[in-house]
Design a binder for this molecule. Structure first.
Ligand code: SF4
Length: 462
């Protein structure tokens, strides 16, 4: 059996799976309290990203734009940033951190954002906002390299790098969640609470599943504070759940502060959640309590109900963020399914060295393709012109037309998912996530069976 990892063999992209680097930096920045990023570029670099994030989370939040126009593109646009920062600080007295997130245009014209920050710290901040605790920092995310995934990873590292400091040991671990949903954060906090582990959960967006309260407050914000970021230097260990979304920050803390780092696995499915809990136990010395053993048992029971009878041998295509895709593929294999095509939307050369991908290559018992730098045409072309038969597609909403056009059931998972209600509320990590994912996949197949087979008899006797 073969399992090739190769980039798509076409120049150009038809319907991209990912968006660009600044999008990832923006997603990381909304996880910080009292932080409003300013994206240094054209308005679309914010407008479309904000739209995607708010469509996905169904919440309001704030990111600013330097709104670069023709004159800025020709003569430099640092003045727009200066003006934007002044407006932000004057209008929002709570703001303490403004990351300046660069884009393709402002990196190409060569605006000296780092130099500008020094100028602003010595000028605007010292003179007009003296006495306020304000931090400016540059996050360089040119979009002609990498993707939204590398943008998230870079931003997380840069935030940690900017603030982490060693003072007194805090008796905590750092947990870098990666690009997850509020439902995932809730599940992760639940696992930590059951194990009685004190953790700094970084870039924490649980409150993006926010209530509508009588006071009318409607703007969501992240829960990670600047103090939390500073305190990352005092932890006794870091667990980054995702290799490509937070791994760099974990490595930085290890290298600069001697804080041991465990990177991955993404706790999707039973075996990866088991490993996550084992890592927590090894790092903290805290035992895995009977309550989690029971939760695990409930999950295994739920999976047993659907795996062999309905999910086994089903051919699946999976696309999206790499840690999610790999975690889903591993979970599908554990459910006796056949992930036959994995599509990763950027050209990160380190994918080929990922031990999880190597393990797939060594162990998979059916033919599998892993395509990097992939787009949706890689999926559609195989179905339309190359005879690829699929039972299920797993991925975000941008690929739904392939599912609709070719009548293939689909489970929405990843970012962005905007054409199904409440997807952000449900975890894909932990034992709870394993149950939700397996039952979503089974239900998608059941619905399909009913349409295609007209009153499917099997479900009557299940
Ligand atoms: S590709 Fe460049 S111009 Fe387009 S949204 Fe991304 S950063 Fe902005």
């Amino acid at each position: 059996m073969t399992c090739d990892v190769k980039p798509k063999d076409r120049a150009g992209t038809i319907n991209p799976i990912f968006t660009c680097q600044p999008a990832g930096a923006q997603f990381a920045s909304i996880g910080i309290k009292d932080c409003t990023g300013i994206v240094h570029g054209g308005q679309g670099c914010v407008m479309f990203v904000c739209l995607l994030i708010s469509q996905h989370l169904k919440e309001s939040f704030e990111i600013a734009s330097s709104s670069v126009h023709e004159d800025g593109a020709v003569f430099g646009a640092c003045g727009r940033v200066e003006e934007g920062i002044d407006v932000l600080l004057a209008r929002y007295p709570h703001i303490r951190l403004i990351p300046i997130i660069t884009t393709c245009s402002t990196e190409v014209i060569g605006d000296d954002v780092d130099g500008l920050i020094t100028t602003l710290e010595e000028g605007l901040l010292a003179e007009k906002y003296a006495g306020r605790d304000i931090h400016l920092m540059a996050i360089h995310t040119p979009s002609f390299v990498g993707s939204m995934v590398t943008g998230y990873d870079l931003a997380v590292r840069d935030f940690v790098k900017r603030f982490a400091a060693k003072t007194e040991p805090n008796g905590k671990i750092n947990l870098i969640t990666g690009w997850v949903n509020p439902g995932d954060v809730k599940e992760l906090k639940h696992l930590l609470a059951e194990m009685e582990i004190d953790a700094t959960v970084l870039f924490e967006i649980e409150s993006f599943d926010s209530p509508l309260m009588p006071d009318g407050e409607s703007v969501s914000h992240g829960n990670t504070t600047i103090e939390d970021l500073t305190d990352t230097g005092n932890a006794f260990g870091t667990i980054a759940l995702n290799r490509y979304e937070g791994g760099k920050a974990a490595q930085y803390l290890e290298k600069s502060f001697g804080i041991p780092a465990v990177i991955g696995p993404t706790p999707i499915g039973i075996r990866n959640t088991d490993t996550f809990l084992a890592n927590l136990k090894a790092m903290t010395g805290k035992p895995i309590p009977p309550s989690l053993v029971r939760e695990r048992g409930i999950a295994i029971d739920a999976l047993t109900d659907v795996a062999h009878m309905f999910l086994a041998d089903k051919k699946v295509a999976i696309y999206g963020n790499p840690d999610l895709v790999i975690g889903l593929a591993e979970f599908c294999l554990d459910l006796e399914m056949k992930p036959v095509l994995l599509l990763l939307g950027d050209d990160n050369v380190s994918y080929a060295d990922d031990p999880r991908i190597k393990a797939l290559q060594e162990n998979v018992a059916h033919d599998m393709e892993i395509v990097t730098n992939a787009d949706f045409w890689e999926l559609e072309n195989r179905i339309k012109n190359q005879g690829l038969e699929l039972d299920l597609i797993l991925g975000h909403s941008k690929g739904r037309f392939v599912s609709i056009d070719y009548g293939i059931p689909m489970v929405r998972v990843g970012f962005p998912t905007y054409d199904r209600a409440g997807m952000f509320r449900h975890p894909v990590v932990g034992y709870g996530g394993a149950i939700w994912l397996a039952e979503q996949m089974a239900n998608a197949l059941f619905t399909d069976m009913e349409y295609k087979k007209d009153r499917e008899w099997l479900l009557n006797v299940w």
